[in-house]
Design a protein around this ligand. Structure first.
Ligand SMILES: [Zn+2]
Length: 50
């Protein structure tokens, strides 16, 4: 599974623990951006946007 940084689109992000809600977080070494991946696990939700 390829994950791209939301800020710089780099694909060499690494896992950075979890949020309190249990969503995986990732960190990008290029832009030092930390973000959580939620849309992947909610892919079957027709209400998801973006
Ligand atoms: Zn980045």
């Amino acid at each position: 599974m390829l994950i791209h940084c939301h800020r710089c689109q780099a694909n060499n992000v690494y896992r950075y623990g979890k949020t309190p809600a249990g969503h995986a977080r990732h960190s990008c070494p290029a832009s030092l951006h930390v973000f959580q991946i939620t849309y992947i696990y909610q892919g079957r939700n027709p209400d998801i946007k973006g």
